[in-house]
Design a protein around this ligand. Structure first.
Ligand SMILES: O=P(O)(O)OC[C@H]1O[C@H](OP(=O)(O)OP(=O)(O)O)[C@H](O)[C@@H]1O
Ligand code: HPA
Length: 184
């Protein structure tokens, strides 16, 4: 779907594909500098982080390995259920490795604070977070996020990996959902 052809389900484009690409290039340069001379393992959080993981990895000059974890705290709706479940664990032992968690969004912060304590207990050499998007609620949770793409308002967003009821993940941009779609 093109940005000019939003369809009835989307209210607006919040971040264009060009803005995402430019910001990822900036962050990739900073991440490269941060991991100079080190082996880096990118841990993507399925499914939302698929797009950012793919594009960030290609923007990095640092040689990386990649692994994936699937955890879910959202059901079909727009509210976190408050319960985090592991749907797929890492294939890799991360002990003594430099690990960068790659997320699409930090909203309530619940998913990441759970993930940090889970991965932290596996004794990585370092554990940092990169997220494309962060909402204001996340500031209430004490999570040290090293790299943030965009701070966005508290609206439900879709596209570039983010879904509503599994739809809209393949939009190349970040958009806000029309209230009638989710009953807002
Ligand atoms: O900060 P929080 O309020 O915890 O929300 C952030 C999490 O919610 C989304 O995942 P979701 O559980 O919807 O799974 P998905 O990535 O498969 O869509 C998103 O990808 C983050 O992982
Ligand atoms: O705003 C959002 N959109 C899609 N998925 C999400 N998961 C947490 N917040 C969001």
């Amino acid at each position: 779907m093109q940005e000019k052809d939003l369809g009835a389900d989307l209210r607006s484009v919040l971040i264009t594909k060009q803005e995402i690409d430019a910001r990822l290039a900036e962050l990739a340069a900073k991440i490269d500098a941060g991991y100079e001379g080190k082996d880096l393992l990118l841990v993507g959080v399925l499914k939302g982080a698929v797009m950012v993981m793919a594009d960030l990895a290609r923007a990095l000059a640092t040689p990386v390995t990649m692994d994936w974890m699937a955890i879910s705290s959202y059901g079909a709706g727009t509210q976190s259920s408050g319960v985090v479940r592991i749907l797929k664990d890492l294939d890799t032992d991360i002990k003594d490795k430099h690990v960068l968690i790659v997320e699409d969004i930090i909203d309530s912060g619940l998913t990441l604070s759970w993930l940090l304590s889970n991965l932290g207990s596996r004794e990585p050499a370092s554990l940092e977070i990169m997220t494309l998007l962060r909402k204001p609620e996340a500031a209430k949770v004490d999570i040290d996020v090293k790299w943030v793409g965009f701070d966005i308002p508290s609206e439900f967003v879709v596209g570039y990996g983010l879904d509503y009821g599994e739809k809209y993940r393949n939009l190349p941009f970040i958009g806000t959902l029309a209230p009638h779609v989710y009953g807002g």
